[in-house]
Design a protein around this ligand. Structure first.
Ligand code: C5P
Length: 222
């Protein structure tokens, strides 16, 4: 059978990563975290003193770093110029700057090409999570999922992931809402639900229920 491609999009804190990794592991598919790629290029820009408030400077530098993603759902990896950046890409500094960097068309073109190359060679298939996978990166995906949840639920989950280090819940929620607004409002390939995506509101669902729901949908397509 042909490789199966699953696109999982949605705003921050909806459970995209946990769901995508678990679904990929259960079905024996690869897993690609495209947010990690945008975080990695952002980390590199900051580390190299690029002014990330200057879209021209970002565009000029966009082609320089070599970004490599490992697609094993049990141990996904991300490196920039051979350096493992799995830890540093999750800092507050990177999180607060990534929307500005990822809005630059040259950055998106570069990262989108990487993503398409990875998906095209994935056997027996791959789960790709992000913001514009169903709309732009892989419009021919076999299954498109759009995960949503209330802002309050998303903030609570994000603080939970940070193990109490997320700080004030209201501040976490405000930061998430602000990042989603930037991601949804950008000109090039914004965060959006594809017309043919299945929307799953995870507010009242456990992670296991969401995983089960997506696995069933993939199995129906295979
Ligand atoms: O998924 P995660 O929260 O790690 O994504 C970090 C950021 O990367 C998003 O807020 C967004 O700015 C950018 N992103 C994107 N397109 C994707 C995935 C992530 O612009 N497909």
């Amino acid at each position: 059978p042909a490789a199966v491609i699953v696109a999982i999009d949605g705003p921050a804190g909806t459970g995209k990563s946990s769901t995508s990794k678990a679904v990929a592991a259960k079905l024996g598919l690869g897993y690609l975290d495209t947010g990690a790629q945008y975080r990695a290029i952002t980390w590199w820009m900051l580390d190299n003193g690029i002014d990330v408030t200057d879209p021209v400077a970002i565009a000029d530098a966009a082609g320089k770093p070599a970004i490599v993603s490992g697609t094993d759902p049990a141990a996904p990896t991300i490196s920039v110029d051979g350096v493992d950046v799995a830890g540093p890409i999750r800092t507050q500094e990177v999180t607060s700057k990534v929307s500005a960097v990822s809005a630059v068309p040259e950055v998106r073109a570069r990262i989108t090409e990487l993503q398409r190359t990875i998906a095209a060679t994935a056997e027996p298939g791959i789960v790709v999570e992000g913001r514009d996978i169903g709309t732009t990166v892989l419009p021919d995906a076999d299954l498109k999922i759009f995960l949503t949840a209330s802002a309050a639920a998303r903030a609570a989950r994000r603080n939970g992931e940070l193990g109490g280090k997320g700080g004030d819940l209201a501040a976490t929620q405000a930061a998430l809402v602000q990042r989603d607004a930037a991601d949804s409002g950008r000109k090039t390939s914004p965060l959006a639900k594809a017309e043919d995506a299945v929307e799953v509101d995870t507010t009242e669902l456990t992670l296991d229920q969401v995983i089960e729901c997506v696995v069933t949908l993939v199995e129906e397509k295979r």
